[in-house]
Design a protein around this ligand. Sequence first.
Ligand code: NAD
Length: 366
Amino acid sequence: MKHTITLIPGDGIGPEVVEATRRVLEATGVEFQWEMVDAGATALEKEGSLLPERLFESIKKNKVALKGPVTTPVGTGFRSVNVALRKALDLYACLRPCRSYQGIPSRYESVDIIVVRENTEDLYAGIEFAEGTPEAEKLLSFISQSQDEKVRRDSGISLKLISRTGTRRITRFAFEYARANGRKKVTAVHKANIMKFSDGLFLEVTREVASTYPDIEFEDILVDNLCAQLVQQSHWFDILVLPNLYGDIVSDLCAGLVGGLGVAPGANIGDEIAVFEPTHGSAPKYTGLNKVNPLATILSGVMMLRYINERAAADRLEAAVAEIVAEGKSVTYDLRPGRDSATAVGTSEMADVIITKLSEGASHQS
Ligand code: NAD
């Protein structure tokens, strides 16, 4: 069966890592029809919009997209093109598996944690009031009257909204993922002792949802304690479910545990649509150098293969990647001892060796 997938190269290093990934995915033997569309600065230049209608039409039609990182140009009225895209498509779950591979330089071994981050609410919903504006003044007056609390008049305001609905669906997503992937435990991360009505609600709802999944262990932890435990006892954790802000920070921490942004894949998933993309950004200073690591995007491609039910191809590709990094010779600079560029291969060449490894695997099997 041929899969039609929306392909968004992005900008900066995006086109290089996406092209490497496209070639590797095709080498698995799975058949793809790619529908190429632009987003962000490239789309603005070519089509006059950061998020053209064509982009939404393609993703809504195909339901699955592979995306490179996208820079949000300053002064375009967007906080982030990526956040706007996730919001418009209601991609409420950000899924970031963090797994150690032998050969990837890291202080830690055997890390295997799935981060499930809520993507639409919390302090990242973008509900903000600038210091000194009439709206901020009004809100501050209301707060000082209703809270019996002195608030500084020269404050800027960002609102933290966490809903029952948003928490219920992200927690269900985490538990359903656990069941579908043979995982044993879900840990809810919060700061409910301080933020009783936002994180407190998050904790209450996660507990309610957990009670309907008796086959999966559940626990909760304060986010500060989690950070300390992650760097000392990462093997305690299996699936983490977090509100948006903690999820953003903790997923980068977990990426650091397994070797950094160059190897951290991700996906943004809604009820019907999924967009697969690396955790890292467009790293503008490396644009066009054929230097950065394509693995974060290739491993996002592995996640995509599993999502579209091409599990055997996903397993073969992940095994080929694991062998290449374990051998440690044909890898990009960030995976070489001392981050040595002189002995590293480029983005495109790393894709080539993975493709060769895949074909060797195929001949072994035949
Ligand atoms: P970044 O992730 O682009 O780069 C930070 C550093 O991480 C780089 O300088 C590099 O040292 C390292 N790095 C990143 N990707 C790598 C790779 N594939 N291989 C090896 N090393 C890699 O973060 P930034 O500099 O904060 O952001 C740059 C731009 O990207 C910003 O405009 C930001 O808004 C955007 N961004 C986009 C996304 C997205 O599209 N989903 C995500 C994050 C940031």
